[in-house]
Design a protein. Structure first.
Length: 306
């Protein structure tokens, strides 16, 4: 078995262990530079209690079988040890140790997230579509979460403009949630990219979606929040984007919420009046992306809590 495949399989084996903390596994693997070494260390204690000829090799072989099964299902697997793992995710403390995807992979350094509530107003849907269209025609990848409402409008507008869109989902990549977006998810997997940090057959769960928002924020160079009440995942993403040092753009209508008024005081947050000003700010972000990643403003890293 090739060393690269052994490392990938060893990481899968570590993550599949009962009670494994994915964050701790990622940290240990990156510190040692080898998932095989971490797996051998973890299984050493178990081997002394329950002697087995080659516990490490057995675990690697079983995990390699899982990897082969996923590959046969058309799923691409990338781990934090792989050179083609999205570099922008390496800078966030919620970096997922493994990613599952279907579609066309790209560096996506020029990407902006467009997010908002599932219970979107007609105005919110129009704004989301206009922003996504503007991004797409300028060659900027539109990132969103494939939820109904704002996310759906953003994905559809990007596709209709002939642009690239990336869906970061809160379920396993073999699942379709919400069910009515199945055809949209399948289209994005053909024309763009669908990404998940969860095991391929994982069902939707409430705890998954804040984790999804963290990855979406980290994947994008900035986040546009269209509509977001207090309980919205988009509010969570705005906070995470600031933690990640990414700019946040939001319309002044959001200032009716306490959380938005608080965020509006923070560096890196752009509050805009109307669609024209919102698009102007987005054009400015696009210009900064065109100038290179180092041109984006430096924003202090805030509290590292999820």
């Amino acid at each position: 078995m090739a060393s690269e495949l052994r490392e990938r399989a060893a990481l899968v084996a570590l993550l599949q262990r009962p009670g494994a903390s994915w964050a701790d596994v990622a940290l240990a693997v990156l510190e040692q530079g080898s998932a095989v070494a971490v797996l051998a260390s973890e299984l050493q204690v178990q081997a002394t209690l329950f002697p087995e000829p080659d516990l490490v090799e057995s675990a690697i072989v079983q995990a390699a079988e899982s990897l082969a099964k996923w590959e046969n299902q058309g799923i691409t697997v990338r781990t934090c040890l792989d050179a083609d793992y999205p570099s922008q995710l390496r800078s966030i403390h919620q970096m997922p140790p493994i990613l599952f995807s279907r579609g066309i992979s790209a560096h996506d350094q020029r990407a902006i997230a467009v997010v908002g509530t599932r219970q979107a107003s007609e105005q919110g849907l129009r704004i989301a579509a206009a922003v996504a269209h503007d991004l797409a025609v300028n060659g900027v990848t539109v990132v969103s979460g494939l939820a109904r409402g704002i996310d759906t409008a953003a994905h559809r507008a990007a596709l209709e403009a002939g642009g690239r869109t990336v869906a970061v989902i809160g379920t396993g990549i073999n699942k379709f949630y919400p069910a009515e977006n199945r055809s949209l998810q399948e289209r994005i997997s053909r024309e763009g990219l669908v990404v998940s940090q969860f095991w391929p057959d994982s069902p939707p769960h409430q705890r998954n979606f804040p984790m999804r928002n963290a990855v979406m924020s980290g994947y994008a160079a900035a986040t546009v929040v269209v509509e977001a009440p207090w309980k919205s995942g988009a509010r969570i993403q705005a906070r995470l984007a600031l933690e990640h040092g990414r700019p946040v753009v939001m319309p002044k209508e959001l200032l009716e919420h306490d959380w938005a008024r608080d965020y509006a005081k923070k560096p890196g947050v752009h509050v805009v009046s109307g669609l024209r000003e919102l698009l102007a700010v987005v054009e400015g972000l696009i210009a900064e992306l065109n100038a290179g990643p180092d041109s984006l403003p430096e924003i202090p890293i805030l509290a590292r809590s999820c």
